[in-house]
Design a protein around this ligand. Structure first.
Ligand code: HEM
Length: 482
């Protein structure tokens, strides 16, 4: 088949995915406006496949892929270029890196999420994830962005701090804790209060069983029948489904609950035409999805932030000075948007260890990327963190230096950090996620003296699949004077 170049000069506004029309999702082809000319073409072209990396057959580089995956991918990229393939437990993955790969995420024309979403539809028996690709997805995104914004954090700040302070008030001098586990349990309670209108109603074990089973089933590295038939998972998933149906009922019957929950916002937006109206069963995924998307990500960011602050006392000092100054000026709790130093800590911690460094997609048709053929149906991983360790953009990229993000000229640099992804599926929690992480970390370090426990003072970075710091331990030295 003849390669067909994408229409690079077509204005983005004419793209059907960009909102002009609900029809014609695949034709005419949308341009990827940020891609370099000629780098992406529709059609099989020469048929030359991206190189397969040298690794164990079938199993592949599983240890590196589930460990500190970024240095591994960066090294592999230097050796093989911006497109390469590898097996992981029998699945063949095509990895795409660099700005042209990120440009592919602009819309769902060539790479879509459908196969991952089918897993969720099946597991939770909801049609909602089936609306995730194509023009109808903008309705979903609008629901989220109207609710998950700065105003939500501002209105609910007292409640957020109350939840965080309740958890942290259990800390006694001499206690030690794993910062990842602690931030996970605080994060889910915050998310549950603020998005679902209730204290977190499950055990940590139930949550982690459901979230990790669904994530691994979605990522395709666990056969679906095996994942979804595990009795421990089934029991926990049923409990979550039943609880979600109760929230759906509350939202449908109580206008106050409707107004104050993420689920409630869906009732103001009809589903795509072919779905008729939202059934209770469709909506029950919303409270669960808040955990799926927010639990590991917010918690990982907070745990890495805490680690970096305790490992860099000079920055901890700056964060505390900023907080003390803002406390004097504010009537209530300090506004996390004003904590510029703390935000720079968030940026730098997630530049080095982005909670979601990779995103998964499936090729909708044959296309060429940098002259290599990607086939319809290929499982494609795009490294959204491609530029995070680029020394031309971040001199001494390994060094933790939040000052990169301070100052008036940091705006363009901030855009190169893709902690929240890019394009059609960029994180809709990108506004509240960092604010929740900041609020937790700010509370911890401004109300307690904490230290890393020797022997557990360096994280083992793993990707499961979110990047997480394992094996860290923090000791509570004592409360700080107000
Ligand atoms: C620091 C915290 C967070 C990080 C680092 C993060 C990261 C990401 C990333 C990288 C993506 C892109 C996935 C892709 O392209 O396939 C994403 C998508 C998403 N995130 Fe987040 N996230 C965070 C917090 C949250 C929170 C608190 C929520 C809200 C509950 C949320 C909801 C979502 C949703 C719904 C999507 C899918 C959006 C779409 O498909 O249009 N995230 N997130």
């Amino acid at each position: 088949m003849q390669a067909e170049p994408l229409q690079e000069s077509t204005p983005a506004a004419a793209c059907p995915v960009g909102g002009m029309s609900r029809d014609g999702l695949t034709e005419p082809k949308c341009p990827f406006s940020a891609a370099s000319p000629g780098s992406i073409k529709v059609g099989t072209g020469s048929g030359k496949r991206p190189p397969r990396i040298k690794c164990l057959p079938f199993i592949g580089p599983i240890r590196q892929f589930t460990g500190d995956v970024l240095p591994f991918l960066n090294e592999t990229r230097q050796k093989y270029g911006d497109a390469f393939r590898m097996p992981i437990m029998g699945n063949e993955l095509t990895i795409l890196c660099g700005d042209d790969a990120i440009a592919l995420l602009e819309h769902d024309e060539l790479l879509c999420t459908t196969k991952s979403m089918e897993v969720l539809m099946k597991a939770v028996n909801s049609r909602l994830p089936g609306t995730f690709d194509g023009p109808q997805h903008k309705f979903y995104r609008r629901i989220h962005s109207n609710f998950l914004n700065r105003g939500l954090e501002r209105e609910r700040r007292d409640e957020i701090i109350k939840v965080v302070s309740k958890h942290s008030s259990r800390w006694q001098p001499g206690d030690t804790f794993d910062p990842l586990k602690e931030s996970q349990s605080q994060t889910v309670d915050v998310l549950s209060h603020i998005l679902n209108g209730e204290p977190f109603p499950f055990t940590a074990k139930e949550l982690s069983t459901v979230v990790h089973t669904l994530i691994f089933a979605t990522y395709g590295h666990l056969p679906l029948w095996l994942a979804l038939n595990n009795p421990v998972y089934k029991k926990a998933q049923n409990k979550m489904n039943e609880n979600s149906l109760k929230i759906v009922h509350r939202v449908r019957t109580d206008p106050k609950v409707k107004a104050s929950t993420l689920l409630g916002q869906y009732l103001d937006f009809p589903p795509p035409d072919n779905l008729g109206s939202w059934e209770d069963s469709d909506l029950k995924i919303v409270p669960i999805a808040a955990y799926l998307a927010g639990y590991d990500t917010v918690a990982s960011a907070a745990a890495f932030m805490l680690y970096q602050l305790l490992a860099h006392p000079e920055w901890l000092q700056k964060v505390r000075e900023e907080y003390q100054q803002l406390s004097k000026e504010s009537e209530g709790h300090v506004d996390p948007m004003q904590q510029k130093v703390l935000r720079a800590i968030f940026m730098e911690a997630t530049r080095i260890n982005p909670p979601g460094a990779l995103v998964i997609r499936y090729a909708t048709k044959d296309f060429q990327f940098h002259g290599y053929t990607i086939r319809k149906g290929d499982e494609v991983i795009v490294q959204i963190s491609s530029n995070h360790m680029n020394e031309k953009i971040f001199p001494n990229p390994e060094v933790f230096d939040p000052s990169r993000f301070l100052g008036d000229d940091a705006t363009n640099l901030k855009r190169t950090v893709l902690t929240f992804g890019s394009g059609a599926h960029r994180c809709t929690g990108a506004m509240v996620g960092p604010l929740f992480s900041q609020e937790m970390v700010s509370y911890w370090v401004n109300h307690f003296d904490l230290e890393l426990v020797p022997g557990h003072d360096k994280p083992k970075v793993v990707a499961v699949p979110f990047t997480q710091p394992m094996n860290l331990k923090v000791r509570v030295v004592g409360p700080r004077a107000a």
